[in-house]
Design a protein around this ligand. Structure first.
Ligand code: V47
Ligand code: SF4
Length: 402
């Protein structure tokens, strides 16, 4: 198998130490790593070693396929009852008159949906701040309206942070609440709100909002109802490596139980204009190591996603050699969560053609998928007519992995 040739070379060489070799052999034999071994990778795994292991797993699971989908984001409001220390995007209710605060009405949100009429988007991603007026009946009505307007559009919406709040306010159980959301048209859950599960960190950066147990329980209930969802981890701030392993381990255990997670998305902490601006950001090397270890540790997740608006196009391309097989969607300038936190991409928008080129340039197969990873189109050999419109790509030789 391709990719494993690198792993074979590593196993044959004299260079790895005993524990490095033991872990590489486990990966070659598709054996699961223990939390201690995961921690060892964070503490002692250098980049090329981790890349070899992660790439072998990536290629076992997904070959060269690199997935993307066509979606757009709606962020109903950036006003929020919570005050997460890392959040650059939210404003407290008392700041509602600030120039950069917004709270869309139902009609304004439907206007955004209608703006995409006739465009080949397959998914709407809805996530934002938590406010009392955006309650259970509000979201039921919103999902129903989207469904009525565009029945085939996949609604990927809200996280356990919102669900925990709106179900409590409506005095319904998680089970009943998720049933009502499904009935209204909810198709799947994005991965946000997970941050770092361990209370030692969570209470310092995201106090008050749903805790780890509640976050995991809502996903579990959704999975038991046949639904699919994503998971994230906000890393690279005040957590230690063992907090990351604790987080990954809790996700791995739930996935063993339900199999309902589709993809894991590591989210790099960005430090602009928030209460943690004094905390330095992780380096690109650390980001790639984190992708790789996530790929190696989460043996029961099919996909690892790099969220390109957050890390930029170059690092997203590099991540494809470190376990990542998905680079989010083609999206317009509709997400503010990261641009307000100092993300690489201030106006994140990539056309399908640009995304395809970005993937092909590093020798992978660009595959358009729907939210549930059904293949919609393989662009590996697609010839675009208006190649002159490509922005920012130089004529470099395409990598051949054979
Ligand atoms: O939960 C907020 C993160 C998340 C910052 O499921 C920050 O396909 C870094 O979960 N630095 C929401 N991260 C976004 C999210 C997501 C994104 C893309 C795809 C999917 C998916 C889900 O954004 C929050 C929080 O962890 N976040 N502020 C910041 N300063
Ligand atoms: Fe509110 Fe989400 Fe920002 Fe926390 S991360 S303050 S819950 S918008």
């Amino acid at each position: 198998m391709r990719g494993n040739s690198q792993l074979d070379l590593l196993l044959k060489s004299d260079s790895p130490g005993a524990q490095h070799r033991h872990i590489a052999e486990k990966v070659a034999n598709r054996k699961r790593l223990s939390p201690e071994e995961g921690l060892f990778l964070f503490e002692h795994g250098e980049l090329s070693y981790l890349g070899t292991l992660a790439n072998a797993i990536r290629e076992q699971k997904n070959g060269d396929n690199t997935y993307f989908n066509r979606n757009f984001h709606i962020e109903p409001t950036n006003l929020c009852v919570y005050d997460c220390k890392f959040c650059s995007y939210s404003r407290l209710i008392k700041q509602r008159d600030d120039a950069d605060a917004w709270a869309f009405s139902m009609e304004e949100m439907m206007d955004i949906v209608r703006r995409y009429d006739g465009q080949p988007v397959t998914e709407v991603h809805i996530v934002g701040g938590v406010l009392p007026q955006y309650d259970l009946p509000f979201y039921q009505e919103f999902f129903r309206k989207i469904r009525a307007h565009r029945p085939e559009l996949h609604i990927k919406a809200l996280t356990p942070v919102e669900y925990h709040y709106i179900f409590k306010k409506a005095k319904v159980s998680y089970e009943e609440g998720m049933r009502l959301m499904k009935e209204a048209g909810l198709d799947s859950l994005p991965g946000g709100g997970a941050e770092i599960f361990h209370p030692e960190i969570r209470e310092r950066i995201a106090a008050d909002k749903c805790n780890a147990e509640q976050w995991l329980r809502i996903h579990e209930i959704w999975h038991e109802m046949g639904g699919r969802s994503n998971a994230t981890m906000l890393y690279g701030h005040i957590e230690k490596y063992w907090h990351r392993i604790d987080h990954l381990e809790q996700l791995r255990q739930l996935q063993d139980k339900t199999g309902g997670f589709q993809t894991f998305i590591p989210l790099k902490f960005r430090n602009q204009d928030n209460q943690m601006s004094h905390v330095p950001e992780s380096t690109p090397v650390e980001d790639l190591r984190n992708y790789a270890i996530s790929r190696i540790y989460l043996d029961n997740f099919d996909h690892i996603k790099a969220y390109w608006p957050m890390i930029g196009r170059t690092l997203a391309q590099m991540s494809l050699a470190f376990g990542v097989d998905d680079i989010d969607g083609t999206i317009d300038d509709t997400t503010k969560i990261y641009s307000m936190a100092g993300a690489e991409e201030q106006n994140p928008a990539l056309s399908t053609q640009e995304l395809v080129e970005m993937i092909r340039r590093v020798g992978r197969r660009p595959i358009e998928r729907d939210t549930l990873y059904n293949v919609l189109q393989d662009y590996t050999d697609t010839v675009f007519e208006d190649a002159a419109q490509w922005r920012g790509y130089y004529e470099l030789p395409v990598v051949n992995h054979e």
